[in-house]
Design a protein around this ligand. Sequence first.
Ligand code: CAA
Length: 258
Amino acid sequence: MAYKTIQVKTEGRVGVITFSRPEALNALCDELTTELATVLTAFEKDGGIGCVVLTGSKKAFAAGADIKELQARDFVSLYMQDPFAETWEAVARFRKPIIAAVSGYALGGGCEIAMMCDFIIASQTAKFGQPEINLGVMPGAGGTQRLPRAVGKAKAMDMCLTGRMMDAEEAERSGLVSRVVPAEDLLDVAMEAAEAIAVKSLPVAMMTKESVNRAYEIGLTEGVRFERRVFQSQFALEDQSEGMSAFAEKRAAHFKHR
Ligand code: CAA
């Protein structure tokens, strides 16, 4: 299927989605987030996909929600038909592993979509920010909630209240990104990570993601109890017996990916 605002390809078991609105620094218009949600739904159903990489251009991962579109909205229209709840959240709801590969600007909704991914690999040129306050609004796609969980209250307040950008080095130091790599290596490194994930047992990778995400939602005692139950349930999978047998037999494991 042809898309207008994103490019989609698969390489082995990895799905790659590239934002493609160069004329607007990949601003996340309704058409783009609808196309993104459509592809993620298809990838989720596709047993051949084990991991997804979400990326943009060298200059911009995404410069935020499309301000020219937002300008025309009012309270009632946003309340009745909220794009952030309807299409953007498809990234947060996606159950398979998804990596953001960020180069250039990841601002406003761009930073928020990156934070909805499981982890962010950044190029040395990446710049993160929540500049919505300069537009007379605040982050509206999870930024006030996910940013403090990622970088702590002090940095999150600093970024959301001043609207300043954080470079890649500060983002790594603060825990917003998992690794920083030279710009020319970004996609290769993200693909390597995605391929490493995509050959693992898919149900185990999905359960691991679900379990780590629980850490953001519930207390330690409940979280550990949840983890223990999921861990125990994995002993019902053939992938558990294959993984452990392979280790004992000193050979590579061949997981079923389903
Ligand atoms: N929405 C719509 N168009 C955008 C855009 C956005 N978020 N960001 C950039 N563009 C457009 C510009 O209007 C410009 O288009 P024209 O050539 O037609 O004028 C084109 O992209 C190139 O942008 P600039 O000329 O501004 O490029 P620059 O290199 O001088 O500056 C920038 C780059 C600092 C990222 C600047 O474009 C900028 O500040 N963009 C807006 C960032 C922002 O405020 N993001 C938050 C959006 S609101 C939001 O995201 C709400 C939410 O929480 C969900």
